[in-house]
Design a protein around this ligand. Structure first.
Ligand code: F6R
Length: 328
């Protein structure tokens, strides 16, 4: 079994680790911005979907600086596994410069030594940020709870841990089937607005980084208003070289559920449907993690089928080094 597959198996323990930490003491605020990129940034996407279900406001920021509107009634959470991601450091620096409470979540790096943070959550090290999704998301949720933006997150973290454990125990056949259908193809992952699309973006990133393969995501209902037309253009090309996975969440709007069924029926004329995966669990956190972990496993299976090591992402490191060497 690969190292990355073993790391995915630690996801339930990661979520329980987060459930066991105390929410940090930070100033109470009415809303939050979570700044982070890639395997760390997904923690913000997960937090935003949970916030939406609670009627709270969490904005995800995946670039330099901070939006102009961010001000005194906001807490900024900067999440970077390495602590050295320049976009996240830029957002964190901007929060300090504007006097907005900043909480950092990282293993170490420059983020740890940045002055001016009101609190810091130190993560245990891991070979890759994306293998630490449970701790990253869990830590961000605990911070948002500490700042009063989210209600208690411990029970959802524990439920998500149990649901992921169940999924891991019984996913082999589904994973083999979907990976077999995606093998050698460009994957496109569809999810409904909310839980589904966050999981779809995680699938895409995991297929990119673990499977070393191109992948894209789209969301319903939006794709019904544009993308569905695009699929009619080159059926010979898409039939041979692409495949689509649909992620369904039981809490999708009923019209989104209907759209998903009709959309795959129409799309099946021009592209193979590699699978339809359904969420499990009650809380949005459990549902997003249940959908995501199947994608994690599929991405590792794709790596095995392509005979590549899922762990290293050399081209990301090369790119970061090239940028670090340029003062632009
Ligand atoms: C690597 C990975 C990347 C990084 C991203 C940001 O496993 O998933 O997407 O997460 O380049 O780096 P960090 O997470 O260190 O801020």
């Amino acid at each position: 079994m690969s190292e990355m597959r073993d790391l995915i198996g630690t996801l339930p323990d990661q979520l329980r680790w987060a459930a066991d930490i105390d929410p940090p003491m930070v100033p109470l605020r009415s809303e939050a911005v979570v700044a982070g990129m890639g395997g760390s940034g997904i923690a913000g996407d997960i937090a935003a979907v949970i916030a939406e279900a609670q009627g709270a406001r969490v904005t995800v920021h995946k670039s330099y600086g901070l939006p102009e509107w961010v001000g005194g009634d906001t807490v900024v959470v900067a999440v970077s596994h390495s602590g050295n991601t320049e976009e996240t450091l830029s957002a964190a620096g901007e929060a300090v410069a504007r006097g907005i409470p900043l909480v950092t979540v990282s293993v170490g790096g420059e983020l740890e030594s940045l002055g001016g943070a009101v609190a810091r959550v130190a993560l245990p090290d891991s070979p890759q940020p994306r293998a630490s999704a449970g701790r990253l998301a869990g830590a961000v949720l605990r911070v948002l709870e500490g700042s009063g933006v989210l209600a208690s997150t411990g029970p959802d973290l524990r439920e998500a841990a149990s649901v992921v454990e169940e999924v891991l125990a019984g996913a082999d056949a589904e994973v083999d089937r979907i990976a077999g259908a995606l093998r050698g193809r460009v994957a496109v992952i569809y999810g409904g607005a909310g839980v589904g699309v966050v999981a779809a973006s995680r699938w895409k990133a995991q297929i990119n980084e673990n499977g070393k393969a191109p992948a894209f995501w789209a969301t319903l209902p939006e794709a019904n208003h544009n993308e569905i037309v695009g699929w009619t253009a080159h059926p010979d090309l898409s039939r041979d070289s692409m495949a689509v996975v649909f992620l369904d969440d039981e809490h999708d709007h009923p019209r989104v559920t209907l759209r998903s069924i009709v959309t795959r029926d129409l799309m099946a004329r021009s592209v193979p449907i590699a699978g339809v995966v359904s969420s499990r669990g009650i809380s949005p956190l459990a549902r997003v993690m249940a959908l995501s972990v199947i994608g994690d496993l599929v991405s590792v299976r794709l790596a095995e089928l392509a005979n590549v090591d899922p762990v290293p992402v050399d081209i990301i490191e090369d790119l970061k080094q090239r940028l670090a060497g340029s003062g632009e």
